[in-house]
Write a protein that binds this ligand. Structure first.
Ligand code: NDP
Length: 433
C-alpha cells in the first residue's frame, strides 16, 4: 500500500487473494521463499502513453492510454481494453491482477494483462471513435503482437472498436495476424465470442446450482448492466427457462415483473448496440418500472448476476438480496461485490461465484479465437460452445477441489488457489525473472 496509496481497487483485489491464499502458502513454503506473491503483484511492465485525436468540429483532445503487462509466466499477456472516463492505473492493475489468475483457471496458455484509456465513447460519432482508436493503436502497436500481448474488449470496447483498432494495427505493421480477439467473424473472429462471457457466467451458475439440486427453470433472475455481458447472460437464462426481471445502466435500472423475454431482449440489444440509447427507454416502451439512479438489488430474486462494473453491490445490497431469498450470486463483471458484500455471501453460505471464475468464459473463447487464428481455420458455433461449456465445468470442478470447507464450497478460495498454483509453479520453473 506504501508504494501506490491511491489504488484502492488494486489493494482490494490483492487483499482478497492474499486472505484466501494465506493457509495454502503457509503449507507450501516454497512459494513464500521465492516471493512469488510479491512478484505477482508487481506488473512486469506498465506502458502509459498520450492519445491525441480530433473531434468532428476539429477540436483537439488528449487522452491517456495504458497497457499493463502483468504476468507472462504461462503465455502471452492477454486481457481486455477498457474505454471509460474512470480508467486509471489502479483500476487497470486490479483488472490485470485478476486476469492473471482467471486466465490460468481457463487451462489455456495465456498470461495476464489489461489496458485502455480514460476516453469516453458515449455521445461520440463513429468517426470520432475511429480517430481515437487509430491514434490509440498507433502507439499501442509497438508493444503488442500475436506472440507477445493480445488485447480484447471490455467496458466501452466492443465489436466496433476492435474493428477500428485491428484495421490500424494491420495498416501499421502490414500483417494480418490474431493480435486482438473479439474480431468480426468475417475477418478472423470466433463464433460465440460475443456471447461467451454472459453464457459462461450462466453455465458456471448452473454448475453451482447443480450442487444443491437446483436449476434455472422458473427461477427469478436479477441482472445488472445492459452491455455485452448482461445481454448474453440474459439470453442464456431465458433459454434455460429462468425469468430475467431486471437490467440496468449507469443511469438506473428497469424492473419488469413479467420477465424480459426473447423479443424484449432483442429490443434491448438494438437499443444498446445500434442506437446506443439508455435503458430507461425500455421502461417507456414496455411499461416496466424505472428505478432512477438505483441498482437492481432491492428486487426479490433467486439468482443475482452482477454484469456491469466493479463495486456495484455493497453490504446493504448483499443483505437485501439474501433477505429476499437470493441463494446464487454469479459475477459476470469483475469484482462487482465489495469486500464486505463478499464476506456476507460467504458467511451466509449462499452459492457465490466470484468473477475470476464465473466470467472466465470470455477470455476462454478469446483463447480459442487465438488457436483458430494460429491454425487458420474456424470452428462451428456448436464446437466453440461445447468447448466453452466444458471449460466452465472444469473451472467449477477446480473451485470445488481447492475450495472445499466442511461440506461448503468457498469458490473464492477455490478459484484463487487453483489459479495461483499453475502460475506460481511456472514462475518457480522459470527462475528469478
Ligand atoms: P459494456 O461496455 O458492454 O457494458 C457495460 C455495462 O455496465 C453498461 O450497461 C454500462 O452502463 C454499465 N456500467 C459501466 N460502468 C458503470 C458504472 N460505473 N456504474 C454503473 N454502470 C456501469 O461492458 P461489458 O459488458 O463488456 O463489461 C461488463 C463487466 O464485465 C465489466 O466489469 C467487465 O470488466 C466484465 N467482463 C467483460 C468481459 C467481456 O468479454 N466483455 C469479460 C470478463 C469480464 P452505461 O452504458 O450507462 O455506461
Amino acid at each position: 500500500r506504501m508504494k501506490d496509496p491511491l489504488q484502492p481497487e488494486f489493494h482490494q483485489a490483492v487483499h482478497e487473494v492474499v486472505e484466501s491464499l494465506a493457509d495454502f502458502l503457509l503449507n507450501n513454503p516454497r512459494y513464500l521463499h521465492a516471493k512469488i506473491l510479491e512478484r505477482m503483484v508487481e506488473p512486469e511492465r506498465i506502458i502509459q502513453f498520450r492519445v491525441p485525436w480530433t473531434d468532428d468540429r476539429g477540436n483537439i483532445h488528449i487522452n491517456r492510454g495504458y497497457r499493463i503487462e502483468m504476468n507472462s509466466a504461462i503465455g502471452p499477456y492477454k486481457g481486455g481494453l477498457r474505454f471509460h472516463p474512470t480508467v486509471n492505473q489502479g483500476i487497470l492493475k486490479f483488472l490485470a491482477f485478476e486476469q492473471v489468475l482467471k486466465n490460468s483457471l481457463t487451462s489455456l496458455p495465456m498470461g495476464g494483462g489489461k489496458g485502455g484509456s480514460d476516453f469516453d465513447p458515449k455521445n461520440k460519432s463513429d468517426n470520432e471513435v475511429m480517430r481515437f482508436c487509430q491514434s490509440f493503436m498507433t502507439e499501442l502497436s509497438r508493444h503488442i503482437g500475436q506472440y507477445t500481448d493480445v488485447p480484447a474488449g471490455d467496458i466501452g470496447v466492443g465489436g466496433r472498436e476492435i474493428g477500428f483498432l485491428f484495421g490500424q494495427y494491420k495498416r501499421i505493421r502490414n500483417e494480418f495476424v490474431g493480435v486482438l480477439t473479439g474480431k468480426g467473424v468475417e475477418w478472423g473472429g470466433s463464433l460465440i465470442r460475443p456471447e461467451a462471457t454472459g453464457y459462461g457466467t450462466v453455465y458456471f451458475a448452473k454448475e453451482m446450482m447443480k450442487t444443491r439440486g437446483e436449476k434455472f427453470k422458473r427461477k427469478i433472475v436479477a441482472i445488472s448492466g445492459s452491455g455485452n455481458v448482461a445481454q448474453y447472460a440474459a439470453e442464456k437464462v431465458i433459454e434455460l427457462g429462468g425469468k430475467v426481471v431486471t437490467l440496468s445502466d449507469s443511469s438506473g435500472s428497469i424492473y419488469d415483473p413479467d420477465g424480459i423475454d426473447k423479443e424484449k431482449l432483442a429490443y434491448v440489444m438494438e437499443l444498446k448496440n445500434v442506437h446506443r440509447g439508455r435503458i430507461r427507454e425500455y421502461a417507456d416502451k414496455y411499461g416496466a418500472q424505472y428505478l432512477d439512479k438505483q441498482r437492481p438489488w432491492s428486487i426479490k430474486c433467486d439468482v443475482a448476476l452482477p454484469c456491469a462494473t466493479e463495486n456495484e453491490l455493497n453490504l446493504d445490497e448483499a443483505k437485501m438480496l439474501t433477505q429476499n431469498g437470493c441463494f446464487v450470486v454469479a459475477e459476470g463483471a469483475n469484482m462487482p461485490s465489495t469486500e464486505e458484500a463478499v464476506h456476507h455471501f460467504l458467511t451466509t453460505k449462499i452459492l457465490y461465484g466470484p468473477g475470476k471464475a464465473a466470467n472466465a468464459g470470455g477470455v476462454a473463447v478469446s483463447g480459442l479465437e487465438m488457436t483458430q487464428n494460429s491454425m487458420r481455420l474456424a470452428w462451428s458455433r456448436e464446437e466453440v460452445d461445447t468447448k466453452l461449456h466444458s471449460i466452465m465445468s472444469n473451472i467449477h470442478r477446480m473451485c470445488i477441489k481447492y475450495g472445499e470447507e466442511d461440506g461448503f464450497t468457498n469458490y473464492v478460495k477455490g478459484a484463487n488457489i487453483a489459479g495461483f498454483v499453475k502460475v506460481a509453479n511456472s514462475m518457480l520453473a522459470q527462475g528469478l525473472v
